[in-house]
Unconditional design. Structure first.
Lengths: 58, 200
């Protein structure tokens, strides 16, 4: 993975586990959803881990 | 998935949780290749999410920190040394601001001493060279606007020491406090949540 300014096209695929920390304002599902969509093409679902506050459980 | 909870299952503020023993152990065990926050960063990289980025710094190791700008397509991919440079941004900005103010003061003084002309269209700016060199360094005058800006960065030892103190405190806590209680609560909560979702 290159260092510096890049795009999602250059980020993919990520070889290894990826940690997504949900630090968006609680309830801002569109913001968090966009990141999930972007990561969808970059990392295998089984290698994506998430840390979030309990509010996100709904 | 790991939820930001304390030992009795109450919610914790996310950044506080990220420096906890439970979070660090969970993260270290998974050896992440990349870490990303869901909140976007500013398109022009002007914003530093200071508290969050310091927590990421504690756990980053050899991984990459991805700062996204969604819905824009750009991503800043940072290593730990890059992140350490960002921690010094406040000091850089303060120092550059002070230098710029001193430069403007000198240029204003020179303009006043020359009789405060209302217009100055002269192609030469020899009268300003001394002030520019004195405050920004001689290399600025020959800068091509494409290469890195030739300004000496301020010393980063202070911000690096602040970060190390934070990391040291978090790691000491991780080494001393048992985590079985918290992980047990988290697992039970996640199981309950999954069961609820299945019932819907």
């Amino acid at each position: 993975m290159s260092i510096g300014l890049t795009t999602w096209l250059d980020v993919a695929p990520i070889d290894g586990n990826v940690l997504l920390i949900v630090n968006s304002a609680p309830g801002d599902e569109s913001e968090a959803g966009r990141v999930f969509d972007a990561l969808d093409g970059c990392v295998q679902p089984s290698r994506l881990y998430v840390i979030a506050t309990p509010e996100w459980l709904g | 998935m790991l939820l930001a909870l304390d030992a009795v299952g109450d919610a914790l503020e996310l950044n506080y949780f990220l420096e906890s023993a439970e979070a660090l152990r969970w993260i270290v065990a998974r050896r992440f290749a990349a870490v990303i926050g869901s909140a976007p960063h500013n398109l022009y990289n002007e914003e530093v999410k200071d508290i969050f980025e310091r927590r990421v710094g504690i756990m980053l190791g050899p991984a990459r920190f991805l700062l996204h700008t969604l819905p824009n397509p750009y991503v800043f991919s940072l290593s730990l040394p890059d992140l350490l440079q960002r921690f010094n941004r406040g000091r850089k900005a303060a120092e550059y601001g002070a230098v710029s103010r001193a430069l403007i003061d000198d240029l204003h003084r020179a303009w006043a001493e020359s009789g405060k002309p209302s217009v100055c269209d002269a192609r030469s700016f020899d009268d300003a060279v001394g002030a520019l060199e004195g405050h920004l360094g001689a290399n600025v005058l020959s800068w091509d606007e494409a290469s890195p800006i030739p300004l000496d960065p301020p010393d980063s030892a202070g911000s690096a020491a602040d970060f190390l103190l934070l990391a040291e405190a978090a790691l000491h806590q991780a080494a001393d406090i048992p985590s079985e209680n918290v992980m047990g609560v988290v697992k039970r909560r996640v199981r309950r949540w999954i069961a609820k979702r299945r019932q819907r």
